[in-house]
Design a protein. Structure first.
Length: 565
């Protein structure tokens, strides 16, 4: 990402930071924060915020805090906290000593609330949640004052202390900021800043039965930590007025809130509520299901942190929300894996190929580069070759169409890194299904080239039937069939757009023996089939499981183009 020093274009947030540094607004400090709520796993939308906040801090020799906004104990857990830490570390970022929790500040936040009450800027309200909504008014009509708005400071302090002591039931009272019920910004119409929740907290236990609201907590946490640039997504733009009001009324250190467009990615949902539903209803196999847009799901699928960071830099930082083409993310991962993934051969749906004129009992080892475009880069491996092989079932066609260049009766093709073979016949079962393909090979073509210069159009991959290893392969596709599954206008919901073919499990795959010691998380290109990752959850020695990260080409775009013709 360019910096002010290199003279290149800066996005609007980096331009603000650069100007602040130039004028000495924050004495040269740049302190940002990434403040997730620990009520679910991080998703690709959070990745944009992680890369932005940690990136801006690093570019300016500053620091980025990791702060958990843990103010709603009903939905939070230590599982989510540990998953978030793991995801941020996976991106390569380190918060160092700057790990914080909003719950660290509960005593200070309570004291700030008392300060507002004493100043006549907050009051205890007895309206129910529904009544509070009714009193708020609309965009075109002002709200109405709560009947409890004129309580005196002494009464409000007494009631607030009794709220803290657990004297009142959930929902019976709230503490509200006293601002303006006719304010054009609905956020400023006496917002609730404390509510009663008699729920144990994962860090503070039963100490508290009242908890501060996000808008009250967030600005004061920023202030306590002396954040310079509080970078938020656009949905908090209206809330900036309340952010400023709270800090100004209390007369405390005042960071600058800056909003940017959140990431909306085609064929995904970013709502934690919907993602939680997918998990709890068993629609997916947990938060780390490789079809999920979660960071843990993408990591399990084989995405690299570098590719996601590249994607975030590609889409940039804007002030207006937009929908990002999924193809950009897929391009980023293809481009990254192309430079780091060794090439190997794997047959996903095996069909036996028998070379009739290959000597019985003979075996040989062929040398194949892990990276054909630059063999020294990754070296070579030995690939065993014998009379019986497996090839992809889709690489044989008994009655081929004119653009089919692979195996067919009488057709000569190249076996990758091996020999030229010519199909001489097939063996079928009683129902006509092809069980075996029989071929003859040309022993003079070892390595795949004919010394007489004859050319063949088809090259297919293969594995030795005896030497290859059994493997399970999971082919993942997009979880939804429409670009915006949670924003359709026809009354449908995300459930109506689930892709029933988003997972294809292949249980009979075969892979070359060089993968015997493949470690969980290791990434490979299966020649002609795509980029794959050893599953970190299910795979183990002797029981290999591979997840397809992405195809070699954007097959989805081609399919959609064909359907729209």
């Amino acid at each position: 990402m360019p910096s002010a020093e290199d003279g290149k274009h800066l996005d609007f947030i980096r331009s603000i930071v650069a100007e602040d540094n130039r004028t000495g607004k924050w004495e040269g400090r740049v302190e940002t924060r990434f403040p997730p709520e620990p009520n679910g796993y991080l998703h690709i939308g959070h990745a944009k915020s992680i890369v932005l906040n940690f990136g801006v801090a690093a570019e300016n020799q500053g620091c980025c805090h990791l702060r958990f906004d843990d103010t709603n104990p009903e939905k939070e857990s230590t599982e989510y906290i540990e998953a978030i830490k793991r995801d941020v570390r996976w991106f390569g970022y380190d918060w160092g000593e700057h790990l914080y929790y909003a719950s660290d500040y509960f005593d200070q936040l309570f004291d700030f609330a008392v300060q507002l009450i004493k100043a006549g800027k907050a009051y205890v309200c007895d309206l129910s949640a529904e009544e509070t909504r009714q009193y708020r008014g609309t965009l075109t009509e002002p709200g109405r004052d709560s009947p409890y708005r004129q309580r005196g400071a002494e009464e409000n302090l007494d009631l607030f202390q009794r709220m803290r002591a657990g004297e009142f039931e959930n929902g019976s009272r709230t503490l509200r900021a006293k601002i303006d019920m006719a304010h054009p910004n609905l956020v400023m119409r006496d917002p609730v800043i404390y509510r009663i929740k008699k729920v144990p907290h994962h860090r503070t236990g039963d100490k508290w039965c009242i908890y501060p609201m996000y808008d009250f907590t967030h600005c004061l946490s920023d202030s306590i930590e002396r954040i310079t640039h509080s970078i938020c997504t656009l949905e908090f733009e209206d809330n900036r007025a309340l952010y400023d009001w709270v800090l100004d009324q209390l007369g405390v250190y005042h960071p600058q809130q800056i909003e940017f467009a959140r990431l909306n990615l085609e064929y995904t949902v970013m709502s934690k509520r919907i993602l939680l539903t997918l998990v709890t209803e068993g629609i997916v196999d947990g938060w780390d299901d490789p079809r999920m847009p979660t960071i843990s799901g993408m990591r399990r699928r084989g995405f690299t942190p570098e590719s996601i960071r590249t994607f975030c830099e590609m889409i940039g930082v804007a002030k207006r929300d937009s929908m990002v083409d999924m193809g950009k993310l897929e391009w980023a991962i293809r481009d990254d894996l192309n430079h780091r993934s060794p090439r190997v051969m794997a047959v996903l749906e095996p069909l036996k190929l028998v070379i009739d004129n290959y000597p019985d009992g003979q075996e040989e080892e062929l040398e194949a580069p892990y990276y054909p475009d630059d063999p020294p880069k990754m070296g070579y491996r030995k690939v065993p070759f014998a009379k019986e092989l497996y090839v992809e079932r889709e690489d044989f066609m008994e009655e081929p169409h004119k653009k089919f260049w692979r195996l067919a009766p009488g057709r000569e093709v190249r076996l990758r890194w091996a020999y030229l073979v010519t199909c001489t016949g097939v063996v079928k079962d009683a129902t006509g299904n092809v069980l075996e393909v029989h071929c003859d090979y040309d022993p003079a073509t070892r390595g795949g080239d004919a010394p007489d210069g004859r050319k063949v159009k088809g090259t297919i991959h293969w594995v030795s039937a005896r030497h290859s290893l059994p493997a399970k392969v999971r082919l993942y596709d997009r979880l939804f069939t429409v670009p915006n599954p949670s924003g359709t206008k026809d009354g449908s919901t995300f459930r109506d757009h689930l892709n029933l073919d988003s997972l294809l499990a292949l249980e009979q795959a075969r892979v070359e023996p060089s993968l015997a010691q493949a470690e969980p998380g290791a990434r490979y290109q299966f020649e002609r089939k795509g980029y794959f990752c050893v599953d970190s959850k299910e795979s183990e020695p002797g029981d290999l499981v591979f997840n397809r990260t992405v195809t070699l080409r954007d097959s989805w775009a081609k399919m959609m183009k064909k359907e729209n013709k």
